[in-house]
Design a protein around this ligand. Structure first.
Ligand code: FES
Length: 299
C-alpha cells in the first residue's frame, strides 16, 4: 500500500471521527434544548413552611418590580415611624436581589464559539480530503514519462530474449513482459502485408498486447494449440495474434518495437491496430484447444 493511500485512509478516518463528534454535540444540544422536567415546588420545604403556604391559599400573588418593592418598603417604614412614639425605632431589613443582566458583546470580544470551531474543523477536514483525492487522481491519470506501461519498456538483452522465445523443438513459447503488458513472440518469416511499414517487427520478434480486443480480458497462451485463447468469450488467435475465431473484431493489438544498444525495446505508447487477417501467416490450431479442453471437462 502506497504512502498516498495510507494518508488517504487516515484523512477518511479523521473525517468520520469529526462527523461523529459533530453529531454527538448536536444530539446533546437537542437534549438540553428540550423542556425541563416539572419540579415539585414544595420539594425541600419544611412542614411549617408548607402549612404557612396553605394558609395563603386563595391569595393572588403578583410579581412587582424592584423599584415598586423599595417604594412599598419606604411606606412601611414611614408608617412604622408614625406609629412608634417611643425611641427604639424599628428597622426593616430589605434584601434587594439584583436582576440578571444580558450584555451584548461584539464578535471580536466573544471570540470563536464551540459551534464555529467544529464547523471550521469539519470544513478543513472535508477540503483536505478533497485535495488529497484530487492529487491522487491527478497522479493516476498523469502520463508516465519514464518506465512502466505507456513508455518505452526495456524487455532485456536481445540475445537473451531470443533464447527464451525460440525453443529447441521449434514450438513457440511467448515471453511475457509484465511491465509492458505484452507477449514477445517470433514473427513469421514472411511478414504479412498487414504489418509492412508499421515497425511492429524487428530481429524476427513481435510484441503483442495482452488485452483481448473484444472486451479487454487478458488472453492467456495455450501451448497445446500454439495460440492465444480468450477464456471470457472464446476468441482465438494464432501465435502472432491473428484472429482465428470468436467475437473479437480484429487481430490482437501490437506495439512498435526496436533494438537499441542490443536491448529489445517495446514502445508501449505506440499501439498498432490491425483488422482481421485475411489469411493466417502461422498455422492454428496445432493441437487441442485449452478452452475446448476446459469446456469438455465442465460438461
Ligand atoms: S473478451 Fe476476449 S472474447 Fe470477449
Amino acid at each position: 500500500m502506497s504512502f498516498g493511500n495510507l494518508v488517504l485512509i487516515g484523512v477518511a478516518l479523521f473525517a468520520i471521527l469529526g462527523a461523529v463528534g459533530a453529531f454527538t454535540i448536536a444530539f446533546r444540544r437537542s437534549q438540553t434544548d428540550q423542556a425541563p422536567e416539572p419540579v415539585d415546588p414544595a420539594a425541600g420545604l419544611s412542614t411549617e413552611t408548607i402549612e404557612a403556604d396553605k394558609s395563603m391559599a386563595g391569595v393572588r400573588v403578583e410579581p412587582i418590580s424592584v423599584a415598586a418593592a423599595e417604594d412599598a418598603v419606604d411606606e412601611i417604614v414611614v408608617e412604622v415611624d408614625a406609629e412608634e412614639t417611643e425611641p427604639a425605632p424599628s428597622t426593616v431589613a430589605i434584601e434587594v436581589v439584583e436582576t440578571q443582566r444580558v450584555v451584548e458583546v461584539s464578535p471580536e470580544e466573544a471570540g470563536v464559539t464551540r459551534r464555529q470551531f467544529f464547523n471550521r474543523a469539519l470544513n478543513v477536514t472535508f477540503f483536505s480530503f478533497l485535495g488529497i483525492m484530487g492529487v491522487n487522481s491527478l497522479a493516476f491519470f498523469w502520463p508516465r514519462l519514464s518506465g512502466g506501461f505507456g513508455t518505452d519498456v526495456d524487455a532485456g538483452d536481445l540475445a537473451e530474449v531470443k533464447s527464451q522465445v525460440f525453443t529447441s523443438d521449434g514450438s513457440v513459447l511467448p515471453l511475457f513482459v509484465p511491465e509492458a503488458k505484452a507477449y514477445i513472440v517470433p514473427a513469421p518469416s514472411s511478414l504479412s502485408e498487414q504489418y509492412v511499414g508499421l515497425q511492429v517487427e524487428t530481429e524476427g520478434l513481435m510484441a503483442l498486447f495482452q488485452r483481448c480486443v473484444h472486451l479487454g480480458c487478458r488472453v492467456p497462451w495455450c501451448g497445446p494449440s500454439q495460440g492465444f485463447e480468450c477464456p471470457c468469450h472464446g476468441s482465438k488467435y494464432n501465435s502472432v495474434g491473428e484472429w482465428f475465431a470468436g467475437p473479437a473484431p480484429r487481430n490482437l493489438d501490437r506495439f512498435v518495437v526496436e533494438v537499441q544498444n542490443g536491448r529489445f525495446i517495446i514502445k508501449t505508447g505506440s499501439v498498432v491496430l490491425t483488422s482481421r487477417a485475411p489469411s493466417l501467416t502461422v498455422k492454428y490450431p496445432q493441437g487441442p484447444s485449452c478452452i475446448g479442453a476446459v469446456a469438455v471437462e465442465e460438461a
